[in-house]
Design a protein around this ligand. Structure first.
Ligand SMILES: *Cc1c(COP(=O)(O)O)cnc(C)c1O
Length: 380
């Protein structure tokens, strides 16, 4: 049946079409022109990112990070199994071997206490995925990285406007990557932001983003022709997409406030519901200020989750599961990797369920969803 309450609905601020039309009027459609520049100004003003680039996706930002960190055939990269596939493919494309770590028990983020024993002389990087905009324990990850001379890449796809000890996510590793995919808090359909927090990479990043050419130096008048000088690809966000993104960024306070109201309403209404331990609520560590990217419950069993999703669906509510752990993926297993056991990643893969969450979801919708979750759990 068609859901009356969909899982996600992109929020439109009303200014997107106006800005898009201005791009058409100005007639300059490719990357880093007027709207792209305004988006970057927004990021540097609000989050004081030192250096950032709009990209075609978070995936591209991760791929650029992999190039800039010099990952090559045989290097090892440690990342959580419970994540989106491109957290891994960005490094696999460079020939890296992926070393999967388990999630914490209390939330899907990487279990930092598991990382050190996975480090070998071949390890080059740790990727921290801030699931649901809930920060990983970055001080401990950074300390390990410093001890073993590793790069830290933050997959902050979910994490715009989320913080670790008051510092914005994406600004804590060597590299950070945000996503503006339709399913994320702020969107332009498909898009991303690469954040560079180490000035050793500023110059080379321009070249990689300019398809491996020194076009930037040419545009700045430093050389009289531009040439192929390095690795690179087509990674820059277009002006058309940036115009849409700027409209969204200008509404970020409203969007975030509304999302947090909904998240808190779910949390407060559901926190008492658990006499039999069938479902657990998200655990937010003290160091994390999350951004209401996702509201999830963790069921005690895959059967409980299937029952809950089915019952909500009967009531017209689209609730959904999330990642299938990558260590169990057909591709990973086809590469002659041993079958790992990562019990927490597998638990989240089997038991995590996400409820609808977007700015146009009304309080009445939320109350209805809450009461149906409670009814379902009573009947399960
Ligand atoms: C959405 C997502 C990505 C990919 O983002 P795109 O902008 O679609 O490339 C990467 N990692 C995580 C954790 C995500 O949720």
């Amino acid at each position: 049946m068609i859901s009356e309450i969909p899982f996600n609905k992109a929020y439109l601020t009303g200014k997107e079409a106006d800005y898009f039309n201005r791009v058409l009027y100005i007639g300059s459609l490719s990357g880093k022109e007027i709207f792209g520049g305004k988006c970057l100004d927004f990021f540097s003003n609000r989050y004081t990112f030192k250096n950032a680039h709009l990209t075609t996706s978070c995936t591209s930002a991760l791929e650029i990070s992999a190039i800039l960190s010099g990952i090559k055939q045989g290097d090892e990269v440690i990342l959580p199994s419970y994540t989106y596939v491109t957290t891994a493919t960005a490094f696999v494309l460079r020939g890296a071997k992926i070393i999967f770590a388990d999630s914490l028990k209390e939330n899907p983020n990487i279990d930092v206490s598991e990382i050190e024993k996975l480090i070998t002389p071949k390890t080059r990087a740790i990727v921290a995925v801030h699931y649901a905009g809930i920060a990983c324990d970055m001080d401990r990850i950074s300390a390990l990285a410093a001890k073993y001379n590793l790069f830290v890449i933050e997959d902050a796809a979910h994490a715009i406007d989320a913080f670790y000890k008051n510092r914005p996510l994406g600004s804590l590793g060597h590299f950070g990557a945000l996503s503006f995919h339709e399913t994320k808090n702020i969107t332009c359909g498909e898009g991303g932001l690469l954040i560079l927090n180490d000035d050793r990479f500023f110059e080379r990043a321009e070249i990689v983003l300019d398809k491996g050419t020194n076009r930037r130096a040419f545009m700045d008048g430093q050389i009289n022709k531009y040439e192929w000088v390095d690795l690179g690809s087509s990674f820059r966000l277009s002006e058309t997409a940036a115009s849409f993104l700027l409209a969204q960024l200008e509404a970020i306070n409203f969007i975030q406030q509304r999302r947090l109201v909904i998240w808190n309403r779910y949390f407060n209404e559901l926190k008492e519901l658990d006499p039999d331990g069938l479902v657990k609520l998200p655990v937010i560590p003290d160091y994390a200020e999350h951004n209401a990217s996702i509201f999830y419950l963790v069921c005690n069993h895959a059967v409980t989750r299937a029952g809950l999703i089915a019952r909500l669906s009967e009531k017209g509510i689209a609730a959904t599961f999330h990642y299938q752990p990558l260590h169990l993926s057909p591709y990973y297993l086809s590469q002659k990797n041993e079958r790992l056991e990562l019990p927490n990643a597998e638990l989240f893969g089997d038991c995590l369920v996400r409820l609808p969450l977007y700015p146009s979801l009304t309080d009445k919708d939320v109350d209805f969803i809450v009461s149906e979750v409670k009814n379902s759990i009573r009947e399960l």
